[in-house]
Design a protein around this ligand. Structure first.
Ligand code: KG4
Ligand code: ZN
Length: 341
């Protein structure tokens, strides 16, 4: 079954074709990151306008990469269903994708499968070579710009929440930390790069919030404030902090943020007797997080998706759609209230 998916929940515009939920025939991602670098973050109106501008070329490219340079009518005969992210996300951005998918599905008479963005992130794991090895129950650590969740996955349609952030999301914290340290946007990759430059041994001076609580909840706003205080204290009256001090603060922030994520995920895995740990979301691209979870998981296998599928992309949406679609009760454009965003 070939599913053509569209993802426009934040600032990326993506279209992909995935066969049977696991084989990526194409995955095209256009990012408006350069525009957001100027403002140090996403301006929703700017993101949605850019998505309106580039969705059609992205769709055309995805179809051509999957099926070759045929007419649209011929390409659509090879598509069995359309899928689209319906939320959560920026409302203007979501509207661009949902309206396009509705039109496409209606015109070409295909079922339309609505996909929750967070479920989409989880399915990045089914696009990896290891997908056949994943066993349930699995613990999912979903860490993105807007969410930080520990989920219990007992089957494809059986996902429940064990805990999550009480304030900032992990990705949001990375972005804010990068802003404090003057490293630009997006902050996650910038922090990771700067942290890798630190070769000293200093560390352990920032808090690990909620690390020792029994819950599976997180809190990142205090960590961000502690970083700001440390930055201000070390800088004193100088206009800037020396580069090695910036690298140290980036490293310490990364360690503090990932220590809590890793330890709580392992604790959840032990509690439910998980057979797999699945990482998901943009922050899952963080090298330290990937290494730490891989190194410390014993008696349970930790899976980390390919970097290209960690951040927002439509291939993961197509995969989630495949595993949630039921041909017995196909979703029609007109009937599904979840598409009325
Ligand atoms: O999943 P995603 O692409 O979009 C949302 O659904 O939010 O995640 C974006 C977030 C941003 O906050 C970005 O800074 C973070 O993921 N991120 C990273 C890395 N790459 C992206 N955080 C840490 N390390 C990275 N390498
Ligand atoms: Zn996302």
């Amino acid at each position: 079954m070939n599913i053509l998916a569209i993802e426009t929940s934040c600032d990326e515009t993506s279209a992909a074709v995935v066969k049977d939920g696991v084989e990526v025939l194409s995955n095209v991602v256009a990012s408006s990151q350069e525009l957001h670098q100027k403002t140090g973050g996403i301006v929703p109106e700017v993101a949605a306008r850019e998505q309106g501008r580039c969705l059609l070329p992205v769709l055309q490219e995805a179809l051509e990469k999957a099926f070759g340079p045929k007419s649209l009518a011929e390409q659509m005969t090879m598509v069995d269903a359309a899928a689209v992210t319906y939320g959560p996300g920026l409302i203007g951005s979501l509207l661009v994708g949902v309206e396009a998918a509705k039109t496409l599905a209606w015109f070409w008479n295909k079922p339309l499968i609505p996909v929750n963005h967070l479920e989409g992130h989880i399915y990045a794991n089914w696009l990896a070579d290891y997908h056949a090895e994943i066993q349930f129950p699995a613990i999912v650590l979903l860490v993105s710009g807007g969410h930080t969740e520990i989920l219990l996955m007992e089957g494809h349609q059986k996902i429940s929440r064990l805990g999550g952030t009480l304030d900032d999301a992990a990705g949001e914290a990375f972005d804010k930390a990068a802003r404090i340290l003057g490293l630009g946007y997006p902050g996650g990759p910038a922090i990771g790069k700067k942290a890798a430059e630190y070769t000293g041994t200093e560390g352990g001076f920032l808090p690990r919030p909620l690390h020792d609580s029994d819950s599976f909840d997180f809190s990142y706003s205090g960590l961000k404030t502690a970083l700001l205080r440390e930055f201000t204290r070390r800088k004193g009256d100088s206009p800037t902090l020396p580069p090695e001090q910036v690298a140290l603060l980036a490293k310490e922030f990364e360690e503090a943020a990932t220590d809590v994520l890793v330890d709580k995920t392992l604790k959840a895995a032990t509690k439910v007797g998980a057979k797999a740990i699945l990482l998901a979301g943009g922050v899952a691209a963080n090298r330290r997080l990937r290494d730490k979870i891989g190194d410390s998981a014993v008696n349970v296998k930790a899976f980390t998706p390919p970097l290209a599928y960690c951040t927002d992309n439509a291939a993961m949406v197509a995969s989630a759609a495949f595993f949630h679609y039921s041909p017995q009760s196909p979703t029609s454009v007109a009937a599904d209230p979840s598409l009325e965003i």
